[in-house]
Design a protein around this ligand. Structure first.
Ligand SMILES: [Zn+2]
Ligand SMILES: [Zn+2]
Length: 328
């Protein structure tokens, strides 16, 4: 099969012909229709996340069809459409797994990081960590739901019942969260790279009541803010923008250093927290919620062979919505 392979940090992905993987016990073999490109993929490729599997097939927002099951796999039949997210395996035994926090599992394995992922024509995955994707809509349209959607959902839950919600970084995750937040009756304030008028316009088109540069103050105090941009300077800026008791949720896996800031910004029971990974329950909840909103993803598609181009477009912010690789 064709795959785009990561060999070491700083090198572009290499197009390669590799064997179709064999499904092991409890796994399914999936023919991939689409795999969305996530900012986390850039962090892996830049060497910002420790100890990836090498060589590695990146990609963790996979939608495809089951081809076959390995020994003992029984949840899906050939032809079923499934989504495969970042969380690829958990131990089920550690104190995190046993307390409903499998996102923090000590021995978790991650698709497209410590397990091969979706920048390929086929992949194998533990069937317990695959999710049914109902018929209707394209694979490319559904792929961003698997991370931008699910982890965006977990981030939104961490923001509690905040009515005035700030979103810093208006990319794949924020464009989905904005739709869910509006559906829940919240007001969305979108913060973009300075001068990114197109992203601000995009945010307004998805129901944001205000959109502006990340350095500017919103017209009203926010009750919570979610940071999807991997920029540590935004943490004190967001704290300045939230009201007493407000929360700043860091939704990404990696961020540049957070500069020091006066305690006054945190005082009055403001809080800062991060979101790590996802649980299977997050995925189930979000995939049930998405059609009720209904979430409509905006995608820019690329053929598999152009994965490096898709990554560059994501890095430079020259994308509206989500980049998605499509296999033919
Ligand atoms: Zn992701
Ligand atoms: Zn565990």
């Amino acid at each position: 099969m064709r795959a785009m392979v990561f060999e070491r940090p700083g090198r572009p992905l290499q197009a390669a012909e590799v064997p179709v993987p064999e499904p092991g016990a409890g796994q399914v073999l999936v023919r991939i229709g689409a795999c969305a490109v996530c900012r986390t993929d850039l962090h892996v490729l830049d060497g910002e996340l420790p100890q990836p599997k090498l060589p590695l097939i990146p990609g963790h927002e996979i939608v495809g069809h089951v081809v076959a099951g390995g020994p003992g796999a029984s949840r899906y039949r050939p032809g079923d459409r499934v989504g495969i997210p970042w969380l690829g395996w958990t131990c089920g035994e550690c104190r995190y797994c046993r307390s409903d926090r499998e996102n923090l599992c000590d021995r978790a394995r991650f698709t497209g990081y410590t397990l091969d992922g979706g920048y390929a024509e086929y992949t194998v995955a533990d069937e317990r960590f695959c999710f049914p994707i109902p018929a209707g809509g394209t694979d490319a349209g559904a792929a961003p739901l698997m991370c931008a959607g699910v982890i965006g959902h977990r981030s939104l839950r961490k923001a509690g019942d905040a009515r005035r919600l700030g979103l810093y970084g208006f990319g794949a995750a924020a464009h989905i969260v904005a739709q869910v937040a509006r559906h829940e009756g919240r007001q969305v304030f979108a913060f973009t790279r300075p001068g990114d008028v197109a992203a601000q316009e995009f945010a307004r088109s998805l129901g944001a009541c205000w959109a502006g540069d990340s350095g500017t103050a919103p017209p009203e105090e926010l009750e919570a803010a979610i940071l999807f941009a991997p920029v540590g300077e935004l943490v004190p800026q967001a704290l300045k923008a939230v009201a007493k008791g407000g929360t700043v949720v860091c939704g990404g896996i990696h961020m540049s250093d957070i500069p020091s800031f006066p305690y006054e910004l945190l005082w009055q029971e403001r809080s800062v927290c991060s979101v790590a990974n996802l649980t299977r329950r997050d995925a189930e909840e979000f995939l049930a919620l998405a059609p009720r909103v209904p979430v409509r993803t905006e995608v820019v598609t690329f053929p598999l062979a152009e994965a490096n181009e898709a990554l560059t477009r994501l890095r430079t912010g020259k994308l509206q919505g989500a980049a998605v690789l499509v296999m033919d």
